[in-house]
Design a protein around this ligand. Structure first.
Ligand SMILES: C[S@@+](CC[C@H](N)C(=O)[O-])C[C@H]1O[C@@H](n2cnc3c(N)ncnc32)[C@H](O)[C@@H]1O
Length: 204
């Protein structure tokens, strides 16, 4: 990682993902989380105020040190204990069957080998455990998809490896999860190539 990725991208993410428009989606994604939760791509902790009361502990997986520093106040003010215990969703340093739930919000777009990360998340979830997610990804319309493919190389460079065109629902089920809830929609507040959202729950 260079200076831009280490020192600039986490601040941009904190601002871009911290808008009011994102909050209802965070609320929906966090609903139903319970017990011990692993959150991949914890970022600056923007989900912390959205954890429901049924969550007892959160284990954060986040490679960006600055993201974790920007999360300090949210972590300190959290009702739920939160520890940063992993740096890479592609290789989770946890035993099989360690968590009741997992959370990923706008992270599957960025992890280089997201298929591997999803298999890891499934491995560390207890039987019956659930992955809750809200992500942007491949749009349902071909015209929008064409823009996503065109813009992917630029986005990847300026946004820490993020890509627009990942087929999120298929990636989740290909990793062995069973989709139990899925809402695909264009969110308000931006162009369709970035607001094609997948919000759902999948069972391990
Ligand atoms: C667009 S940000 C979203 C942050 C946060 N989830 C949110 O909703 O605000 C993507 C996050 O994925 C993290 N990330 C990148 N590569 C990762 C990896 N291999 N494993 C886990 N997280 C990763 C980034 O550092 C960043 O915090």
């Amino acid at each position: 990682m260079g200076f831009y990725d280490d020192h600039v991208v986490p601040r941009i993410v904190n601002l871009a993902c911290g808008t009011k428009d994102m909050r209802p989606h965070r609320d929906r994604a966090c609903a139903g989380l319970h017990g011990e939760v692993v959150e991949i791509g914890f970022g600056s902790g923007l989900n912390v105020p959205h954890y429901p009361d049924t969550v007892t502990r959160v284990t954060a997986v986040e490679p960006a040190d600055l993201g974790w520093r920007l999360a300090e106040r949210r972590v300190a003010g959290s009702r739920v204990p939160i520890d940063r215990a992993g740096l890479d969703g592609q290789s989770l340093p946890f035993a099989d069957d360690s968590f009741d739930s997992a959370l990923s919000t706008w992270t599957m777009c960025t992890i280089p080998d997201v298929a591997r990360a999803l298999r890891e998340v499934r491995r560390v979830l207890r039987p019956g455990g659930t992955l809750h997610f809200v992500e942007h990804g491949l749009a349902p319309d071909e015209k929008v998809q064409r823009w996503q493919y065109r813009l992917d190389p630029i986005e990847k460079r300026i946004a820490g490896g993020c890509t627009f065109s990942r087929p999120i629902a298929r990636l989740v089920t290909d990793a062995g999860f069973t989709m139990t809830e899925l809402d695909e929609f264009y969110a308000t507040g931006g162009p369709k190539f970035v607001t094609a959202f997948y919000l759902g729950v999948a069972a391990a």
